[in-house]
Design a protein around this ligand. Structure first.
Ligand SMILES: C[S@@+](CC[C@H](N)C(=O)[O-])C[C@H]1O[C@@H](n2cnc3c(N)ncnc32)[C@H](O)[C@@H]1O
Length: 272
């Protein structure tokens, strides 16, 4: 009975998005460079309605999660910050209220164009510089930034470990990293309601709002397949961030990880 219901929902979501049911798995099966290209094209397609999609599917909560992530980073007026997978720039704009400058990097040019227009409208285009580039090959010298924040991006990286290694490379010693991402709730009770929302309601809603339900089916599956908050912390640690902390929000469906690149011993002693 449950399988029948599941199949029926799959067919309905396929029709809603004008895609065959066979397209359902394609996005999940790609890896490496192919995954990067597929992800970049997908965000390019939904760029114009991406912000609206976010507000609706998060029930208006997404900006408050970004604000909490920025609070964890606690930028100062002297900080040069980097936003990785900046998309349309919501996180960058929040960071720019305090920081000296923000570099907003994304490999989807249509997302970057919208971000630039938003920054100009908010009078922030002198503080926020948008760069079209790849998180796996950051176009910056070693030890450039005081802090890095990334929101809802690492799940999309073709090689997440390489992404964290690049973040560490461009951070100054002692620099902070904050990663905001979806995670699978630990509570079985929450999962009971969250999984149907993710797999059935979200693709229909996302499809209606952006015309691209495949993107939201990918979102649902990428969240379910993503490592737990604990494993994500281990990946960050393995990339050379000795201490990693995390907290969860929204009934355990969203996590904020914070880490710091180690300081050389002399600086660490002076700070103690
Ligand atoms: C879900 S969106 C998040 C956008 C934004 N951070 C936010 O909070 O709304 C993920 C973004 O990561 C970007 N992205 C994914 N992989 C990337 C990569 N390897 N290099 C640069 N950007 C990437 C996508 O183009 C997309 O704009």
């Amino acid at each position: 009975m449950l399988t029948l219901l599941h199949d029926a929902f799959r067919i309905v979501t396929s029709f809603t998005n004008g895609l065959g049911a066979s397209g359902y798995r394609t996005m999940q099966q790609v890896t490496g460079a192919e995954k990067s290209k597929t992800v970049s094209r997908m965000f390019g397609r939904i760029a114009k309605r991406y912000d609206l999609g976010n507000r609706v599917i998060s029930l208006g909560r997404d900006q408050s999660w970004r604000r909490k992530a920025v609070a964890k980073l606690s930028p100062t007026a002297h900080d040069r910050l980097l936003d990785i997978g900046a998309g349309t720039g919501d996180l960058s704009l929040l960071m720019a209220h305090t920081a000296q400058s923000v570099t907003a990097l994304d490999f989807s040019h249509p997302m970057v164009v919208i971000g630039q227009a938003k920054a100009a409208k908010a009078g922030m285009n002198k503080k926020v510089a948008f760069v079209t580039g790849d998180a796996l090959h950051l176009p910056f010298p070693d030890q450039t930034f005081d802090g890095i924040a990334t929101a809802f991006t690492v799940r999309n990286l073709a090689k997440m470990e390489q992404g964290f290694a690049e973040m560490r490379r461009v951070l100054k010693p002692g620099g902070r990293l904050v990663c905001l991402e979806f995670t699978n709730p630990r509570s079985r009770f929450v999962r009971f309601f969250y999984r149907p929302y993710l797999h059935y309601i979200l693709p229909i809603l996302g499809g209606l709002l952006t015309g691209d339900g495949a993107a939201y089916r990918y979102l649902a599956r990428s969240i379910t397949a993503f490592p737990s908050a604990q494993s994500l912390a281990e990946s960050i640690r393995a990339a050379g961030f000795p201490t990693v902390e995390w907290t969860t929000l929204n009934l355990g469906t969203v996590a904020i990880h914070s880490a710091r690149r180690e300081s050389p011993p002399s600086i660490a002693r002076a700070a103690a």
